[in-house]
Design a protein around this ligand. Structure first.
Ligand SMILES: C[S@@+](CC[C@H](N)C(=O)[O-])C[C@H]1O[C@@H](n2cnc3c(N)ncnc32)[C@H](O)[C@@H]1O
Length: 210
């Protein structure tokens, strides 16, 4: 690996750790391409983890699998598709889904297809899983975030990624992390319960005494 390539990979590893990639996770890299993120993700996930590298581009997958071989990575599983929106993974089996530079109208011009894809992603995500979405700055469509929120996800955090060619920084893009929104009411209920408990305690301590 050249010094420039090592520098790029180290920045990607750093960004992925900030995003929440951890040892032992099961990760789907949807639209993985040549594996710019698949390889670093597989390095972090380690032997106990598993990375599904899904793409419709056979050539890209061939090149990626060659790279995994050179890097002695045995935790990457090739998933070659015909571009269909169904994902051949069981319900609630994945910890992380990466949609890096693929969830935009260039690949999915129909809003209905984008919704169906998000539905499939929701189905395969464990309740505790997160979905990580990135797009190039000039391809950010204002509705992307809302489209994802509208199908039962909630935005959890945003990590900036400065893209570099190894010599100079090119541009900064946003990596958005979403969770399944059904966790929100549980948190609200717990908060309400603890608030009520606090209120009862406060009333007992400071309320009118008869
Ligand atoms: C711009 S590349 C991004 C590659 C990689 N995720 C990255 O960020 O470097 C988009 C990839 O998504 C793949 N892709 C687009 N639509 C797809 C679909 N419906 N099913 C599977 N792969 C798809 C393309 O073949 C391409 O490899």
């Amino acid at each position: 690996m050249t010094v420039a390539a090592m520098e790029i990979e180290s920045r990607i590893l750093d960004m992925l750790q900030k995003v929440g990639i951890r040892k032992g996770q099961t990760i789907l890299d949807f639209g993985c391409g040549y594996g710019m993120y698949t390889i670093p993700v597989a390095k972090i996930a380690g032997k106990q983890g598993r990375v599904y590298a899904l793409d419709k581009d056979k050539e890209a997958l061939d090149a990626l699998m060659q790279k995994t071989k050179s890097a002695c990575l045995k935790n990457v599983e090739r998933m070659e598709t015909s571009g269909e929106l169904e994902i051949e993974l069981a319900d609630e089996t994945v910890d992380v889904v990466l949609l890096f530079d693929v969830f935009h109208s260039f690949y999915f011009p129909q809003a209905g297809d984008r919704r169906r894809l998000l539905g499939e992603i929701y189905r395969i995500m464990k309740p505790s899983a997160f979905l990580s979405v990135s797009v190039w700055p000039n391809l950010i469509e204002t509705e992307t975030e809302d489209e994802i929120k509208n199908v039962n996800f909630r935005l959890e955090k945003e990590v900036p990624e400065t893209l570099t060619d190894g010599n100079k920084d090119l541009e900064t893009r946003r990596i958005l992390s979403f969770r399944k929104a059904r966790h929100v009411p549980i948190i609200v209920v717990l908060n309400n319960q603890s608030r009520r408990r606090q209120y009862e305690q406060d009333s007992a301590n400071h309320g009118p005494k008869f």
